[in-house]
Design a protein around this ligand. Structure first.
Ligand SMILES: [Fe+2]
Ligand SMILES: [Fe+2]
Length: 344
């Protein structure tokens, strides 16, 4: 859901139907402008001025909004450690990283606004629970090593999900993703480096790093969403060039990329079924507990309430900043208007 699109699952564990639902070939929506699909098929970009089917617009608004919400809610688990970072250097790095995530949220809300929605309405939808954010940010950060594990695994999974979005058919989203992905790769490396320091430190430090990896590994795999068989949004999104690879393909890519890195860290991934499959040319891995994923998305994860309450409180306490920014912009505009008037 972090750069991915899936709804709240129904009780039977299946995703809620997307614009078309079902399987097989997806019919074109009745309001699809002539030439729209051809543009996409030739790898051209759809821009805000272009006519587009309502379902395409709605899918993008939902996905970009969920992505933006994930970026800003994602500041909380790591923000928890800014005041307790083990050195000034680590504190400076973590502050910069968390600030980057706020910036990602801004790029993405701006990209969503090119589709004719207002970010204030998107934030209202987040606060009222009508729009979701990534399941991963509903887990607690219990030790300093969690900051390393998040950078390495969560930002690593985000990269796997988001690099293909740099070629998304909607221009403003694709362009925002290019910059976001560059910054995410810094995040991933800083997490790896922080964990490497711990895993090559004292026995207690290594144990702390291992414990963090044990807790973050499976939720990171869940970030890619339900398995392909249960993901009904995917087919239409693929046809529209919003999504390039399926959830399972991206998850596999992440596993293949991460296993050798775990070896380099000297840490174990908590999956007894993880092993190289020569025939497939990929790592096999154990079964994911999707029931846990769906519970977290429904709002029953360990920190859902805490994260949303904090977000709403921060929004309310920041009302004066928004008012001041609007007043300043108005004053500047008035001043520019009176100067232009004087010249004319
Ligand atoms: Fe980010
Ligand atoms: Fe990041």
């Amino acid at each position: 859901m972090y750069g991915n699109d899936f709804g709240v699952p129904a009780r039977d564990g299946r995703d809620t139907p997307g614009p078309t639902g079902g399987t097989g070939t997806t019919p074109a929506p009745p309001d699809e402008p002539p030439g729209f699909q051809e543009l996409i098929d030739t790898d051209a970009r759809i821009e805000p001025r272009d006519a587009m089917p309502e379902a395409y617009r709605n899918t993008l608004v939902r996905q970009i909004a969920q992505h933006a919400h994930s970026e800003i809610i994602g500041m909380q688990p790591e923000g928890n450690w800014i005041s307790r970072a083990p050195s000034l250097r680590r504190k400076a790095i973590l502050m910069a990283k968390v600030q980057d995530e706020a910036g990602h949220g801004l790029y993405l809300y701006a990209a969503a606004e090119t589709l004719g929605v207002d970010r204030a309405d998107l934030l209202d939808a987040l606060h009222a629970g009508r729009q979701k954010y990534s399941s991963i940010f509903n887990y607690p950060t219990l030790t300093w090593a969690d900051v390393g594990a998040i950078g390495w695994l969560v930002d690593g999974a985000a990269i796997a999900n988001q690099v293909p979005l740099c070629r998304c058919s909607y221009g403003p989203y694709a362009r925002a993703m290019i910059r976001v992905c560059k910054e995410e790769s810094f995040h991933q490396r800083q997490g790896f480096e922080a964990l490497h320091t711990l895993s090559h430190g004292t026995e207690a430090q290594k144990a702390m790093a291992q414990d963090a990896v044990n807790r973050w590994w499976w939720p990171s795999l869940m970030m890619f969403g339900p398995s392909d068989a249960d993901s009904t949004h995917s087919e239409q999104s693929m046809r529209w060039g919003i999504k390039r690879f399926s959830n399972d393909e991206l998850r596999q890519r992440f596993v293949d990329m991460t296993v050798p890195q775990a070896d380099a860290l000297g840490l174990t991934l908590p999956d007894p079924d993880l092993c190289w499959n020569d025939e497939r040319g990929h790592y096999d891995f154990g079964e994911i507990d999707f029931a846990e994923l769906f519970e977290v998305i429904r709002g029953n994860g360990p920190c859902n309430k805490q994260r949303l309450d904090h977000r709403v409180r921060a929004h309310e306490e920041g009302a004066w900043v928004r008012e001041a920014a609007v007043a300043y912009a108005r004053k500047k505009q008035e001043r520019a208007g009176s100067t232009t008037g004087a010249v004319a």
